[in-house]
Design a binder for this molecule. Sequence first.
Ligand code: NDP
Length: 449
Amino acid sequence: MEDIIARIEQRDPEQKEFHQAVHEVLETVRPVLDRNPEYRQQAVLERITEPERVIMFRVPWMDDQGQVHVNRGFRVEMNSAIGPYKGGLRFHPSVTLSIIKFLAFEQVFKNSLTTLHMGGGKGGSDFNPKGRTDGEVMRFCQSFMAELFRHIGPDTDVPAGDIGVGAREIGYLFGMYKKLRNEFTGVLTGKSLAWGGSLIRPEATGYGVVYFASEMLARRGESMEGKTCLVSGSGNVAQHTVEKILQLGGRVVTLSDSSGYIYDEAGIDQDKLEYVKQLKNVRRGRIREYCDVHVDADYVEADPALDYNPLWAHKADCAFPCATENEINERDAANLVKGGVRLVCEGANMPCTPEAVDILLESGVLYGPGKAANAGGVAVSGLEMAQNSMRLSWPAEEVDSRLKQIMKSIHHTCVDAAAAYGSEGNYMVGANIAGFVKVVNAMLDQGLI
Ligand code: NDP
């Protein structure tokens, strides 16, 4: 095991985020390898950590002033053992091959947990849509798709949104794919309702996170009712996490973006949430503007000199990190424990550092890892693919009830797998083992390819 990790680190020394994700999974599946010697014999760890295909490409585009820019595009097709590659596209200046590989690796196990037939992939670009006009974003998306279209398809690889890729970007990407291929197919998910999207897809990740958290609490005889919650981020996942917490009787006091966070002691209610949706999705403003309208709330500017985020130091019962990777470090985890938090459920991918996870688990905090807790988004993407294939649309109640059922089933799977391997109640171990076993068995069935 150590040799394999060392080889991966040596081969691509700069891919820190990928190493972090691999390390976590490999450490937790050790008992599975001990029980199944053929896994070692068949080198499944070496195979599962190497992408089936990595595509990197130039994305040239022109801004409104006529200036030419060049960004880098990525698609990592990690594993197709249980279905076509599936996973979002991220447009953010921090995007590197390491980030996309870590996300694609996580996606393999997440998709495996959903009970649907989807392999794992992820893509994106270091393009920053912030501050760009609709015309600039459209030209960028068209240039990005002018290369990506060769590599994807409804039975090959089906991208979706992620950070910086919402309904607007999916529209531009889909339009260009359709023009180039002369085909109207379900090649992307997260589409608008009018042209093949699924009801509840925008809500699915956030709603799913809270369904998963409710299942975790129910095992301890508790519910979301009356719980005070810290939520980070203010994008798609954060907004719908807040919405579902409110519907289940919880109270949310924080939201953030990369510039800072707001603390609203009175609680962010549905009306205030509607304001945030307008602010973020339509006006594309900053979270600090929340305090211009809700004057009793406080705004705290992000301070890069601090080695912790004061958002996580507020007193609360539950925390839902919904912004980005590594946003909760060990100091933040200690503050969460000190502030009385008893549940941390990850809306974002890998938002807790390994040291933070250790502190949470040692302190008896219920910890829901992203690859299980935020799988509702890709699960409903899978349902969108099914509806596209059948050329029909299910009503919102049906999609929501399937989502709830899938989150319940993921929860059960994690609990059972953890117990079967002697780590009762450890959702991280359960999620990694259950996701891993299904994919590895499929790989072995299909031979050495
Ligand atoms: P959005 O782009 O809609 O929102 C992202 C939010 O996080 C924004 O508030 C953004 O602030 C903030 N953020 C992004 N990067 C940073 C950073 N480096 N530091 C601080 N804040 C940051 O993305 P989503 O809501 O879709 O995604 C959020 C997380 O959830 C990601 O980890 C994503 O991978 C994960 N996820 C998303 C799914 C989906 O269906 N969309 C599915 C499963 C997981 P700002 O506006 O300042 O950039």
